[in-house]
Design a protein around this ligand. Structure first.
Ligand code: SF4
Length: 279
């Protein structure tokens, strides 16, 4: 069999990872109209590209709507993105909503804008999804975003949680998908480069990554250089959870766990009825 071109090989790898998330979490249903939030960064371009390819070969019929939000950052020029996506034949909606001014007016000098900025952006996305009659919203978060979030929560919040691959919004009206959950950032960046997506410059907002995020990025880079595959294993761990080996009594109750770990083998063994002590 002839060797695949690097781009085709990468597309195949990423498409498989995307399909794994889509089927594993039952992300797409017949007649879904999925809004893809396209920021102009590599992740969302690749997300749109892979979903578009999937829509052509999937047995389920669904459509895509690309939405770009111009948040009013000084110097923001979406025209390369608009020209490119229109030339590719995508349905594209450009939304201008100056959340930047609101963020500047609210966040104290020296603090990072990202948390408030992304909350406001999410609110705009929800509103636009309703206006456009979209049944779902796809975001470009990938494997490495999920791992960084896991670490941030572990180290700085005392919580064992990452990012949901699929979630319902608090008001119950929207379903948010992260179809790139199994895709590595490095592969995404390489495909974006090979495909020549017109990346819009980020950080026009002038916001800096916060110190916690910087610390986790450095920790993960160090871990990965000493133990290649560490990130992949961390992601695998999120799909291989042993609730009996965690210390959350509420979780035990919720799951109705009536087993305990064997002291010697560490394996979960059923308790005899007389031993049952609900945590
Ligand atoms: S980097 Fe800028 S545009 Fe992006 S989330 Fe942070 S504040 Fe918003």
């Amino acid at each position: 069999m002839p060797e695949l071109e690097p781009r085709a090989r990468l597309e195949r790898k990423l498409s498989r990872a995307l399909a794994r998330a889509v089927t594993g979490f039952d992300m797409i249903a017949h007649d879904d109209r999925i809004m893809v939030a396209v920021s102009g960064g590599k992740d969302s371009y690749v997300l749109l590209h892979l979903l578009n390819a999937l829509s052509r070969r999937a047995p389920v019929r669904f459509s895509l709507v690309a939405v770009h939000i111009d948040q009013g950052q000084p110097g923001h020029d979406p025209s390369p993105l608009v020209d490119f996506l229109r030339a590719q034949g995508h349905e594209l909606h450009l939304v201008r909503d100056d959340t930047y001014s609101a963020v500047r007016a609210t966040v104290p000098e020296g603090k990072t804008y990202c948390s408030l900025c992304s909350r406001l952006r999410r609110a705009v996305l929800y509103r636009v999804a309703s206006e456009l009659g979209c049944t779902k919203i796809a975001l470009g978060h990938h494997r490495d975003d999920i791992i960084v979030t896991l670490m941030l929560n572990l180290i700085f919040s005392g919580q064992l949680k990452a990012m949901p691959p699929k979630l319902r919004s608090d008001d119950g009206k929207h379903i948010v998908l992260r179809p790139l959950a199994y895709c590595a950032e490095q592969d995404i960046a390489e495909l974006a480069r090979l495909a020549g997506f017109p990346i819009l410059p980020c950080r026009l907002c002038g916001s800096q990554p916060n110190q916690q995020r910087k610390a986790v990025d450095a920790l993960l880079a160090d871990l990965d250089s000493r133990h290649p595959g560490a990130r992949a294993n961390m992601l695998a761990a999120l799909a291989n959870v042993r609730p009996t080996h965690l210390l959350d009594p509420g979780l035990w109750s919720k799951l109705g766990i009536l087993v305990a770990a064997d002291d010697e083998t560490d394996a979960a063994v059923p308790l005899k009825p007389q031993d049952l002590v609900r945590p």
